[in-house]
Write a protein that binds this ligand. Structure first.
Ligand code: ZN
Length: 381
């Protein structure tokens, strides 16, 4: 289960502090710099009035004060897992027995939120990162690395004996070269078989190959057909034998950014296609909420600037468009949700749907979403 879903399941009635800390090394490399960022974020969160402190029970209020103190101490220490991360998310609720720190590979705007549910959008937004496999291939070595961008690990090293055996065997130069080529072929096939076995043991969503253009091309032609859909066209231009894991992660970052951008484009195109064909898609507040309520959502698509009020049924938890006075399912009087954005994201997470935020900065929403007021969904059925 995802961390976000687990957090949502463990909370809901007591205050939870969600804190996103910027770890930009040029500004926040040291613990004191992080501590001062955290202090101002928490001050801001306490002022924003999302949680009416006066309405909290005495126990919740005391616990919240302790939570804030605990966060300040934790983030001022050397304890948080900040190495290599671009942002850190921390969720804390003493009352719900939650204290969870998550290192994020993507830069994330700093923010603190105090509410009865954790603010999970930055954790889940974006095309699913998934497991990535990297093969660094040369004519005699094949290194396999697997994991996420931040925790890529060297998993296998397939080095084959490629030359040397025949050099003094009295073979003609031509035969010698042929036998080397045969050895290289054999080696590339070995590595291709090994990465296929790796995938069978635990599938990855993306395969990236690094090395010289020629080696990468030859290797790619040996890959099992099942792996082709996940093969990323761009090659990592690295020395296959000497590149460090850090070199690989660094080379991978811009490539994955392009992959993510392409995934967003194709999600929007898919939305238009499906809507045009009258199939598995919803657009607009009403239709998307209905799909979320029926747990049919595969990917929730939100414009970066989507914010709109709505209502929720306190009895069954279903969400409805603004102005729905009573729940169509059970007749209960609905309560106002100031911003449907988080409620929609939470509902998506609870049905294991993906969440994609599209557009950025002061740009208008992408046209495919703008037409639906900034919200749409690709559906499972
Ligand atoms: Zn209801």
């Amino acid at each position: 289960m995802s961390t976000a879903r687990e957090l949502l399941e463990r909370t809901g009635s007591h205050p939870v502090v969600s804190l996103y800390v910027d770890l930009d090394p040029s500004q926040f490399a040291t613990a004191p710099a992080r501590a001062s960022q955290v202090r101002s974020l928490l001050d801001e969160a306490q002022r924003d009035g999302r949680l009416d402190r006066d309405r909290l029970s005495h126990k919740d209020r005391t616990a919240l004060t302790a939570d804030l103190e605990r966060l300040k101490q934790y983030l001022g220490s050397d304890e948080p897992p900040v190495s290599g991360a671009r942002a850190l998310a921390v969720f804390c609720s003493g009352q719900d027995d939650v204290f969870e720190a998550v290192a994020l590979a993507q830069p994330t705007p700093p923010r603190a939120v105090i509410a009865t549910t954790p603010f999970v959008e930055p954790l889940v937004a974006g095309p699913a990162e998934g497991r990535t496999a990297v093969v660094l291939i040369s004519r005699r070595s094949g290194r396999i690395l697997v994991g996420g961008l931040r925790d890529l690990q060297e998993a296998e090293d397939v080095s084959d004996q490629v030359h040397g055996q025949h050099a003094r065997g009295g073979l003609s130069q031509l035969n010698y070269e042929r036998s080397i080529e045969a050895d290289v072929q054999h080696h590339l096939r070995n590595v291709a078989e090994e990465i296929y076995r790796t995938w069978q043991r635990e599938p990855f969503s993306r395969l990236v190959v690094g090395g010289t253009a020629q080696d990468v091309d030859e290797f790619a032609s040996e890959l099992h057909n099942d792996l082709r859909p996940s093969l990323v066209a761009d090659r990592l231009d690295l020395d296959a034998e000497t590149a460090s894991v850090a070199d690989v992660s660094k080379a991978l970052a811009p490539l994955l950014a392009r992959v993510r951008a392409a995934a967003k484009e194709s999600a929007l195109a898919e939305l238009e296609n499906r809507l045009g064909a009258g199939g598995r898609a919803a657009r607009g507040v009403q239709d998307t909420l209905e799909a979320l309520n029926e747990r049919r959502v595969e990917t929730l698509l939100l414009a970066h600037n989507f914010a709109t009020p709505g209502v929720r049924c306190p009895s069954c938890g279903l969400l409805y468009a603004e102005g729905t006075a009573s729940c169509p399912a059970d007749g209960a009087k609905t309560t106002v949700v100031d911003d449907l954005r988080e409620a929609a994201v939470e509902a998506a997470v609870m049905q294991d749907a993906g969440v994609m935020i599209l557009g950025e900065g002061s740009d208008p929403a992408p046209p495919a979403l703008h037409r639906g007021g900034g919200i749409a969904a690709l559906l499972r059925f």
